[in-house]
Design a protein around this ligand. Structure first.
Ligand SMILES: CC(=O)SCCNC(=O)CCNC(=O)[C@H](O)C(C)(C)COP(=O)(O)OP(=O)(O)OC[C@H]1O[C@@H](n2cnc3c(N)ncnc32)[C@H](O)[C@@H]1OP(=O)(O)O
Length: 150
């Protein structure tokens, strides 16, 4: 078992895991191209050389970063893998000097267990005006914003 930064060769497997949950509308879909572009943001969790969990930290500025594209394969849920990936993202944010990390999620309870608090999306205008505005669910978004101060 190991958690590590992603490499280029992991991109298609990251895409495949995220796509499984996107098809169930548990995550917003993400293109393979976007994963290649942001491969340095990603962590992967491996068991016996097979990727079973993925997640990424996207930096906005010195004050703000976002946990994005977090998913653990269903057979491996509730083994602490999701929490470990989020904690790796938070540690990286701390090392970089970022002060606040947020996520938009359908599973706020999972993030609350890690110490995030529910907040308001208006606190993240960078996200809303750079990304949410282009999302097909912009006017009917059910994702809950959560945030943690580092
Ligand atoms: C920013 C985003 O990307 S949000 C999208 C998150 N991803 C998804 O919803 C995709 C589908 N879901 C998943 O991949 C997984 O269920 C995840 C990532 C949400 C959780 O991963 P797991 O590895 O199962 O979580 P992990 O075992 O680390 O759980 C940590 C704690 O949260 C709890 N937890 C896990 N999932 C949930 C949930 N859906 N609701 C409430 N609590 C939860 C666990 O019971 C555990 O609690 P404990 O510390 O008291 O034992």
């Amino acid at each position: 078992m190991s958690l590590r930064k992603a490499k280029i060769k992991d991109a298609t497997e990251i895409f495949s895991i995220l796509q499984q949950f996107a098809l169930k509308e548990l995550l917003l879909p993400r293109s393979l191209n976007s994963i290649y572009e942001h491969i340095r943001d990603f962590f992967v969790y491996e068991i016996d050389g097979k990727i079973v969990g993925v997640g990424s930290l996207h930096i906005y500025d010195e004050n703000l970063a976002e946990i994005k594209s977090l998913a653990v394969k269903e057979d491996y849920h509730k083994n602490g893998i999701g929490k470990e990936i989020v904690n790796a993202c938070l540690n990286e944010a701390r090392e970089l000097g970022v002060k606040k990390v947020f996520a938009l999620t359908y599973v706020p309870q999972f993030f609350e267990k890690i110490g995030f608090k529910i907040t308001d999306k208006s606190n993240f205008p960078q996200k809303v005006w750079m990304e949410c505005i282009h999302c097909v669910k912009f006017n009917d978004c059910k994702e809950v914003p959560v945030v943690i101060e580092l």
